[in-house]
Ligand binder design. Structure first.
Ligand code: GLY
Ligand code: MN
Ligand code: MN
Length: 483
């Protein structure tokens, strides 16, 4: 008993205490159940494990819907949620059931067990810690007797056919195969089966999940605020630390070191750190430039992910701390477009129409015409080739529509990109600016969540003149690179 209490204590200390609680996930399931049509079942699968090469996998990331509904962070699991109570063989009623990774097995050849890949909840932990009952070892799903044809609707996301089979009975590949067989899923390439047969519905669940995930609860907002604060502190520290001669990779590393310092587990998407004309590549993730030059800007689009929730913040700064005349003209134009869109952001509007088309894009095009980069504001051009906004949450491009409601979190991210050889004076070539901020839609406007990181060109220049703790970090030269 004493030993057990001690072990529990060690386990608690091994783990952050601010994850979403099981009540949050239960509430989400209850709300989804109210949306589900009569006599229906919703089926969710954990994300696949992604192989990097040979016997090395990428860090596991749970499917956001599965995480939202359960809090489970392990692979090889299936969750079934029923609209109406079901009765088991003992006459007990239940409205959800899960099949999850088994705990450590006695099989000495089992190289995927807890000894090799970490602690697992198992069905008992799943029931006790996440509150989803009944739960079983995943390999038992094969024998689980369920007649899917008795439901008016079987709701699930269609399959991407990108799951590897492993030697473990009950892995995700098996769970999907068994589900397809039990549910009468048509054979052949799923994405080509249109419309899908009988009571199988692969469309509606995404709509329900979007309605829910689009509006954040206070528990989700606490995590999102943390992810955004961490990302902004990293932008601020990089503004002070950056110097000509650094590499794109080193600058990426300072951001990501700060993320880890504040316990963010991951980046919500691959970090984009592009100096000079590399900034014109919208999702430039190579970050290979070995030496960034004083006479160029660097576009840094990064987001810390904290307990599943990701920020998405971009700052574009002059590497030597001072914007050139042309850089400042473009920068201030993007800022002006962003500021106008932020001021107009409120519930009831549509960000695609009201913020992007009617405000930001109009300001950018008028400004480009004033600077004689294009002939007239309505001249066709591709200097702002992406949308202004998207939802933010468990996914960087999160679920939920473009019509704003209180509780939504969105980005506002205008940009201007002038690649080399563009049809304008070459003094503009290679200039790329994106300013991206994260906003919470409130009852009568919006709250700028990413205001820790300055956006105005003068404020950025003032901050960049300040010393940085990274100034004092001197590491030895690599002897191996001198040969
Ligand atoms: N970082 C991806 C985006 O801004 O949408
Ligand atoms: Mn974005
Ligand atoms: Mn971004």
């Amino acid at each position: 008993m004493v030993l057990f209490a001690g072990m529990t204590l060690v386990a608690a200390q091994d783990f952050p205490s601010d994850f979403l609680g099981s009540d949050f996930h239960k509430d989400r399931r209850d709300i989804l159940r109210t949306k589900m049509p009569g006599n229906s079942v919703a089926v969710f699968f954990a994300n696949p494990v992604r192989n990097r090469a040979n016997d090395t996998d990428y860090l596991y990331h749970q499917d956001p819907n599965f995480y939202y509904l359960t809090g489970y962070r392990e692979p090889h699991a299936i969750l079934l949620m029923f609209k109406d109570n079901q009765t088991d063989d003992n006459g007990d009623s239940f409205n959800e059931i899960a099949f999850v990774q088994p705990r450590k097995t006695e099989d000495p050849t089992d190289r995927d067990s807890e000894t090799w890949t970490g602690r697992r909840l198992g069905p008992t932990g799943f029931e006790e810690q996440l509150g989803i009952r009944p739960s079983f070892d995943n390999y038992l799903f094969e024998e689980y007797s369920i007649d899917f044809s008795k439901f008016d609707k079987v709701l699930f996301y269609d399959f991407m056919n990108d799951v590897r089979d492993t030697e473990n009975e009950g892995d995700l590949y098996d769970l999907i195969s068994w589900f397809k067989k039990k549910a009468g899923y048509p054979s052949g390439n799923a994405m080509e089966v249109e419309p899908i047969a009988g009571n199988l519905d692969t469309q509606t669940l995404d709509y329900f999940m979007g309605e829910m995930r689009g509006v954040k609860t206070k528990e989700e907002l606490a995590l999102l605020r943390k992810a955004i604060d961490i990302s902004c502190i990293a932008q601020v520290e990089v503004m002070k630390a950056i110097k000509p001669g650094m590499s794109e990779r080193e600058i990426q590393g300072i951001h990501e070191f700060i993320y880890r310092k504040y316990q963010a587990e991951e980046e919500g998407y691959n970090s984009i750190v592009g100096a000079g004309h590399n900034g014109c590549i919208l999702h430039y993730i190579d970050n290979y430039k070995p030496v960034v030059e004083g006479k160029e800007m660097i576009l840094m689009d990064l987001g810390a992910e904290y307990h599943g929730y990701t920020a998405d913040v971009t700052r574009t700064i002059p590497i030597d701390g001072k914007f050139s005349k042309e850089e400042k003209a473009i920068y201030d134009l993007v800022y002006q477009a962003q500021e106008a869109a932020i001021k107009a952001c409120m519930p009831g509007i549509d960000y695609r129409i009201d913020l992007d088309a009617q405000i930001a894009r109009r300001i950018v095009n008028e400004g480009l015409a004033d600077l004689k980069i294009i002939k007239r504001p309505d001249s066709p051009n591709s200097y702002y080739p992406h949308g202004l906004s998207h939802q933010l949450g468990l996914d960087v491009h999160d679920l939920g529509g473009s019509k704003l409601r209180p509780g939504m979190v969105i980005t506002i991210e205008p940009g201007i990109y002038i690649p080399d050889n563009s049809p304008c004076d070459k003094k503009w070539w290679g200039i790329a600016v994106r300013i991206e901020d994260d906003l919470l839609v409130t009852e009568n406007g919006c709250e700028l969540l990413s205001d820790i990181a300055p956006r105005k060109s003068e404020e950025i220049e003032a901050l960049m003149a300040k010393p940085s703790p990274f100034d004092n970090i001197v590491l030895p030269e690599l002897e191996s690179s001198q040969n």
